[in-house]
Write a protein that binds this ligand. Structure first.
Ligand code: PLP
Length: 388
């Protein structure tokens, strides 16, 4: 048995060796507090500033001070939505979509329970948003805060964020986008895109878990959710997690250097994987096919089989994939994203997400293409609903 084929990179990625190497001195030698007045702390402050510049560069931010370090993508999303709503005052109208990650839906539903009006936009069967709807809600003449993701974690479907941002901004609203899955995979330039707030997460781009960032365009008001010290220019109190911040900076720098090459590599492997599966597995279809998608993501439904069963059998032979977002695993509820896309009932429970990284190889794809079709055939033979 091949030791392990990891094709679950939208859940988390391996920490790049360059990232680990860059972080280590900040545990062992340079462990000072960046807020200290002495030279020892000052050295650490320089590392913090350098990391901020690297994150700003990956996102195409005008100024490094627009980057606020957080602990994860979920924190960035919560901070953006709740912070913007609070700073706006009154009762702004919230706009989001049915296919967002729980880190966005959670705070939106919390605010809805508190009495805020929430509009949740539908998607079509390919995962596309109807921009007319964004328009309709954004010109409601009321204050709005819209949180609409850039790329979907389950299907890889990319929303036209520049167009959405323009609509929201024309209506005078605040626009937040969850860019956790797109950052590091495709180019972003916040200075050229009408975005006020944007979230990223380190562990999705080969930095460790426990570090994230929020881009906040200069002048965008958000109430801090952690109050106290002056860190992060008073926008998030707490002594900075220096080693992880250095790691995130290095991961962003690496992503910038390698983006084109990695995207081409992942797209080539992904397309071969999809073509191979569609050719060998009857009743398979790619969710979000024909729509602009991330180069690394493939979400495939297999008719009349259970995704969990496929996953367990893949796991037995060393293949790590996913049935949807990691947070949803453990529940047998079908994915809210696929339900929003009206995936037929016979396909809804049998979806597998394969998500690749720069570290996947042709050999990995060969192995999946060799092992998966017999698993699907075996499971389908056991299904009382399958026709043959
Ligand atoms: N947003 C999206 C689109 C995600 O895919 C994830 C993680 O899966 C998150 C937010 C949450 O990020 P984190 O795990 O860093 O909290």
């Amino acid at each position: 048995m091949k030791s392990s084929v990891y094709v679950d990179n939208n859940a988390t990625t391996a920490v790049a060796p360059e990232v680990t190497e860059a972080m280590l001195p900040y545990f062992t030698e340079q462990w000072g507090n960046p807020s200290s007045m002495h030279t020892f702390g000052g050295g650490v402050k320089k590392a913090l500033d350098a990391a901020r510049e690297k994150v700003a560069a990956l996102l195409g931010a005008e100024h490094p001070n627009e980057i606020i370090f957080t602990s994860c993508g979920s924190e960035s999303d919560n901070m953006a939505i709740r912070g913007a709503v609070d700073a706006m005052g009154g009762h702004p109208h919230l706009i989001t979509t049915r296919v967002e990650h729980a880190a966005v839906l959670g705070p939106c539903h919390y605010l809805e329970d508190k009495g805020f009006r929430l509009s949740t936009l539908e998607v079509d069967e390919k995962g596309n948003l109807d921009l007319n709807k964004v328009h309709e809600f954004s010109i409601s003449g009321k204050k709005t805060v819209a949180s609409i993701m850039w790329a979907n974690n389950e299907t890889g479907v990319i929303f036209p964020v520049p167009a959405i941002g323009s609509i929201v901004k024309q209506g005078g609203g605040i626009f937040h986008t969850d860019a956790v899955q797109i950052a590091g995979k495709l180019p972003i330039s916040v200075k050229d895109t009408p975005i006020d707030l944007l979230s990223i997460s380190g562990h999705k781009l080969h930095a460790p878990k426990g570090i994230g960032a929020l881009y906040a365009r200069r002048g965008t008001k958000i109430t801090p959710h952690i109050m106290g010290g002056h860190q992060e220019r008073g926008r998030r109190a707490g002594t900075e997690n220096v080693p992880y911040i250095v790691g995130l900076g290095t991961a962003c720098e690496l992503a910038m250097e390698r983006m084109q090459k990695d995207a081409m590599h992942e797209r080539k492997l992904r397309d071969r994987l999809e073509a191979g599966i569609l050719a060998t597995c009857k009743g398979a279809s790619v969710n979000g096919a024909g729509t602009e998608r991330l180069p690394n993501t493939s979400n495939i439904s297999f008719e009349y089989v259970e995704g969990e069963a496929i996953l367990l059998m893949l796991d037995d032979i060393g293949i790590c994939a996913s049935t949807g977002s990691a947070c949803a695993s453990g529940s047998l509820e079908p994915s809210h994203v696929l339900r929003a896309m009206d995936v037929p009932r016979s396909m809804l429970h049998g979806s597998i997400r394969f998500s690749l990284s720069r570290y996947n190889t042709d050999e990995d794809i060969d192995y999946v293409l060799e092992k998966l079709p017999p698993i699907i055939r075996r499971l389908r033979e056991l299904s009382p609903f399958a026709e043959d």
